[in-house]
Ligand binder design. Structure first.
Ligand code: SF4
Ligand code: SF4
Length: 673
């Protein structure tokens, strides 16, 4: 086709492309793995298309949600993006917004992190959507993620309800060849139902087997809380004139589920497969209902096990409201395995007792990602147990066996070699080994391995915990040093109010703001202090120092963490200040540890060429490895000495300060060089 381009891209770029092709006009997000690449994708496609989309990094997810919702309310096609735990930050807005009328289209892209791989908790956004009666799509591949994003925007615009697209990190970060269409020309047909599995697709539709569809449909309302809605259809609501935001619930929003259902029977009919498409043995011993990446993995597994003719797979994309045909499918197999990440959403809807293999009876693990190995194990077990006839597979375990021969050294998550946070954490521990260390979310959570982070609950949580610890200690008339830490982006996201509260209520603790001038963990997005917007345009810089001073903090020092002796001295000075009789000292002492992230300075300065000779004088005590945890430090078992991995070492020289065997004059020389 002349106007159609193809490009290999990750799922998040595919989502960005889908939104742009649906006519997106505004996008706002707070970065968080696995969602962070969607805004850059939108900016890139907008540039290529010479469009006028406004895209911004917001200070947190609630801001992003409300900015996008505001635009959608008065008629724009708007979207916000966040990771799953970010939705918790936007939750109050979500609760309110789902009951308001919108004039435009509003899509919430929420990327979940089964595992979790880079989050503090697993969380299934589909469950939240089902509870709140918000339509939610769960794509199974990068291509489908783009389709779902485009479809969701069109759907939201047409029916004036917020729609959620739930991705997961495998979908968001896998790559696929994606077709790109001119803006506004993409026609999306979501591939739901049966017949799409690898090796199952086919032309032979129309063998018409009808299950107990009525029963399934009738029972939907009681299967999952929140499904109850008015029996009025979209036809009635669609006559309502959209109006600006009001405090009264929108009848359209109230009936969003019915709206979707009734739409399924109209505009979506052509896009959804019919049960009449089934060309595999109904009354099969065993079928699978799957959504998201679990569907893709399940179809791979049954293809590899040569079971495609025996095990029908029903794919769900619209998890809420689910297509009633899913119940027909379930009725027509003896047993059904439900594969979904990460909670029991479809399984709860199906609710067919012993018929279901799932989380409730232990076939599917209750937590963690459903990887290839796990899904294959489940399918093999069920095939074995059900004694399926015609079983022809002999699993090829050669790769697994070969992998057993290879041993990899354990690689726990660590701060980068040369990261200045490591120096700050070392100084904190060195100055006050017995302190309480409330930590926060970001790269610096990794300070846990250095014993300088004791807690990590959510963004901004460490500062409030420090306040609570202070009061608890104070009531018991003990004064244990408390050193809370937070990053610069997190300070803007959720650390300011807790600091203001701590000042207002006279808490005495040290608050270390680790300012590396970027949002490093999620891919170097600019913070409000950088004075740069999402597309690189210059804007006002908001200084952390000014905010801290504005809150009334008197003890504020800005220290380069590579100046470790000054950092240790300043920490002690802060403690002396907090324990003094000075009345004005009844508020937190703030230290800003400021040094640019190594990844952002890469290439900006000339590479350092001198050698870090850690081996010299080394007696093999491993103090540097245990206390400093730099990945470039390696213990050589033969030499019984520590050596440096030159490929990783950034020549920061910090390890030389940690080693008790190195002479101080030599240490300083190394640093000065
Ligand atoms: S702290 Fe010093 S002496 Fe101890 S292992 Fe490290 S380099 Fe060797
Ligand atoms: S100088 Fe030492 S602390 Fe710095 S990166 Fe190299 S090995 Fe790590």
């Amino acid at each position: 086709m002349k106007d159609v381009n193809m490009e290999v891209m990750i799922g998040n770029y595919s989502i960005a492309r889908g939104l742009v092709e649906a006519g997106l006009e505004l996008a706002a997000a707070y970065p968080g793995t696995p969602s962070s690449e969607i805004i850059p994708g939108i900016i890139e496609f907008n540039k290529r298309e010479k469009g006028h989309i406004h895209a911004e990094w917001s200070t947190n997810e609630r801001c992003a949600f409300e900015v996008a919702f505001g635009a959608a309310s008065i008629g724009k096609k708007a979207a916000c993006m966040m990771k799953q735990v970010g939705l918790n930050v936007a939750f109050p807005s979500l609760l309110g917004a789902r009951r308001k009328k919108i004039k435009g289209g509003f899509v919430i892209i929420c990327c979940d992190d089964p595992g979790p791989q880079s989050s503090q908790t697993e969380q299934d956004t589909r469950l939240i959507a089902a509870l709140l009666n918000i339509p939610v799509f769960d794509p199974s591949s990068p291509k489908e993620a783009g389709d779902a994003a485009c479809y969701a925007m069109e759907y939201s615009y047409e029916h004036k309800v917020p729609v959620i697209v739930r991705s997961t990190h495998r979908v968001s970060h896998a790559r696929e060849n994606i077709t790109m269409y001119p803006i506004g020309t993409r026609k999306v047909a979501l591939d739901e139902g049966i017949g799409e599995a690898r090796g199952q697709g086919g032309e032979s539709r129309g063998q018409g087997v009808k299950g107990s569809r009525g029963q399934g449909a009738e029972n939907q309302g009681s299967r999952v809380r929140g499904f109850e809605g008015s029996s009025e259809g979209i036809g009635a609501e669609s006559n309502l004139q959209p109006s600006p935001i009001t405090d009264s619930p929108s009848p359209i929003a109230q009936n969003s589920i019915n709206s979707v259902s009734s739409t399924n029977s109209s505009s979506s009919t052509q896009q959804s497969n019919s049960l009449s498409a089934i060309r595999y043995p109904l009354n099969a011993k065993f079928g699978i209902v799957a959504s998201g990446m679990s569907f893709s993995i399940a179809t791979d597994v049954i293809f590899e096990l040569n079971l495609t003719r025996l095990i029908p797979v029903y794919k769900v994309i619209k998890v809420n409201p689910v297509d009633p045909e899913m119940y027909d499918f379930v009725d027509n197999v003896d047993k059904v395995l439900v594969l979904e990440e990460t909670d029991s959403v479809l399984e709860a809807m199906i609710h067919r007792g012993d018929k279901v293999f799932g989380r409730r009876n232990g076939y599917v693990p209750n937590a963690g990602e459903l990887t290839y190995d796990i899904i294959r194990g489940i399918i093999e077990q069920i095939v074995e147990e059900t004694g399926m006839e015609g079983r022809t597979f002999s699993p090829d375990h050669s790769i697994e066996e070969a992998l057993k021969e290879i041993t990899f050294p354990p690689r726990p998550p660590r701060l980068c070699a040369g990261c200045s946070h490591r120096a700050s954490f070392f100084a904190m521990r060195y100055a006050f080994p017995e302190a309480i260390f409330p930590g926060d979310i970001g790269c610096y959570t990794l300070g846990i391995s250095m014993g300088a982070v004791d807690t990590c609950i959510d963004m901004g949580g460490g500062v409030n915990l420090a306040s609570g610890f202070y009061n608890a200690c104070n009531q018991d008339e003990t004064f244990t040093p408390i050193i809370a830490s937070i990053g610069d982006s997190t300070f803007f996201h959720a650390g300011m109010e807790p600091l203001y509260d701590a000042v207002k209520t006279r808490k005495r603790f040290i608050f270390m703001i680790m300012d590396n001038s970027t949002t490093a963990m999620t891919g170097m997005q600019p913070t409000p202090q950088t004075g740069i917007t999402a597309d690189g345009t210059k804007t006002h810089s908001i200084k952390i120092d000014d905010i801290v001073k504005g809150f009334g903090v008197d003890f504020l020092k800005i220290i380069d963490p590579y100046n470790m002796s000054l950092m240790i001295e300043t920490l002690r000075e802060a403690h002396a200040y907090l324990t003094s009789d000075n009345h004005s000292a009844r508020k937190p002492a703030v230290i800003i540890a400021r040094r640019e992230c190594l990844l952002s300075v890469k290439g900006k300065h000339e590479a350092l060429t001198y050698t870090i000779n850690i081996e010299q004088d080394c007696v093999g005590c491993k103090r540097c490895i245990k206390l400093f945890d730099c990945p470039a430090l390696i213990f050589n078992d033969e030499k019984r000495k520590v050596t440096v991995d030159e490929g990783l070492c950034t020549r920061c020289g910090m390890c030389l300060l940690v080693c008790a065997m190195k002479r101080p004059d030599k240490r300083q020389k190394q640093i000065d060089e």
